[in-house]
Design a protein around this ligand. Structure first.
Ligand code: NAI
Length: 351
């Protein structure tokens, strides 16, 4: 128990709600890090942790990240995160009952915390949570939800890449620019298609070779084997697969001028932002450029935005990146540091 106490004392967030779910042995942690800009938004992650306190620590850390992400995106939301720390991933009726009880917990917070799917939870799970709770986004389309957030994420990354080109080249024109997309899932495939439409010289890669071949054929792109991605010459590298791709070992081998993609936690360590900066590679901080999905879910489902309003906010991701790059240049710091400064400057209630 001391571990919980230590974590709570050290945390700078507003409130952590903790419930032990006796029937499943799961711990529910809802961390509301900040409501300065509005209700706290954040996903619900389900995971097996070595100890319950590790789940609480994860929820606390991730909720602080959401505060920065939503502030820098200029969204009228604060940051939160929920973790269901389970002894093993539940299925069937047991999973359903756990999610219903979790829905009751979130409902009891009266809208202070608003959630969507995250690691190991799906739109179908959100449909179940929504049976007991009004503050759930990203339900399945069949249940009136906004569907796959990969759409908004991809569009935001598209605008982000154009902003990076504008910063370096003075023009956002994609025609003829070599762009390498790593990971052709929900986000990467959509992004690749928009880049192809813009006339980019497209390279694609996926550990699923068939998937890569299929996308390449459809878009007229060239397939790069997964192990060759890092050393491949391309003006823009867009990581849209896994985290940790930017590391002490990989940064010196990068042959790009810009890293701008959707993957979460692209930097293996904070020092890797400095490594990119020193190498003269323009890095679009992941939590800034990949905010389109959360804007789509909260904007359309909670704020009632239409498609045009959503697109304006997704374009805003590009504008924010330009602001971050200008600040980084002015102060001679990495884009990651400048992004944090911009996020903190937006941590005031929206006008
Ligand atoms: P996804 O699971 O639909 O697609 C991932 C793709 O990457 C799959 O096709 C997989 O085969 C491929 N892949 C996995 N490891 C790879 C590797 N080492 N090299 C090449 N390809 C590899 O995931 P999704 O939704 O497209 O997300 C992509 C990334 O963007 C993830 O890191 C995710 O956390 C992040 N992200 C996604 C958001 C969304 O709205 N879907 C929002 C914000 C971030």
């Amino acid at each position: 128990m001391t571990a919980f106490e230590d974590l709570l004392r050290a945390w700078d967030g507003e409130q952590a709600v903790i419930r032990y779910d006796e029937p499943t042995g799961a711990w529910m942690f809802v961390c509301v890090h900040s409501t300065v800009r509005g209700p706290a938004g954040g996903g619900t992650r389900m995971r097996v942790y070595p100890a319950a306190a590790d789940g609480l620590a994860d929820a606390m850390r991730l909720s602080a990240g959401m505060t920065l992400k939503l502030a820098v995106a200029d969204a009228p939301f604060g940051g939160g995160k929920a973790v269901l720390a389970v002894p093993s991933l539940p299925v069937g009726a047991e999973r359903r009952r756990l999610l219903l009880r979790y829905g009751e917990l979130v409902e009891s917070l009266g809208g202070t915390f608003r959630t969507a799917a995250d690691m190991n939870t799906s739109a179908a799970d959100m449909d179940v949570v929504a049976e007991r709770c009004a503050y759930v986004y990203g339900r399945s389309e069949a249940q009136g939800g906004g569907g796959d957030s990969g759409r908004g994420t991809a569009r935001g990354v598209f605008h982000g890449i154009r902003a990076c080109l504008r910063h370096l080249e003075g023009t956002a024109e994609l025609a003829g620019r070599a762009v390498l997309v790593q990971g052709l899932g929900s986000v990467g495939a959509r992004l690749a298609s928009q880049l192809a439409e813009g006339g980019a010289n497209l390279f694609v890669s996926d550990v699923d070779g068939e998937r890569a071949a299929e996308v390449a054929q459809e878009l007229g792109a060239r397939v790069i084997p997964p192990e060759q991605v890092i050393g491949t010459d391309a003006e823009v590298f867009a990581p849209c697969a896994v985290g940790g791709v930017l590391a002490a070992e990989s940064v010196p081998r990068l042959r790009c001028r810009i890293v701008a993609g959707a993957a979460n936690n692209q930097l293996a360590t904070p020092e890797d932002a400095e490594r990119l900066h020193a190498a003269g590679i323009l890095y679009a901080p992941d939590y800034v450029i990949n905010a389109g999905g959360v804007l789509q879910l909260l904007g359309i489902e909670d704020l009632g935005w239409d498609e045009e309003t959503l697109e304006r906010h997704l374009e805003g991701i590009g504008t924010t990146l330009l602001e971050i790059f200008a600040l980084a240049d002015l102060e001679g710091v990495s884009s990651e540091r400048a992004a944090e400064q911009v996020a903190r400057s937006r941590l005031t209630p929206p006008a």
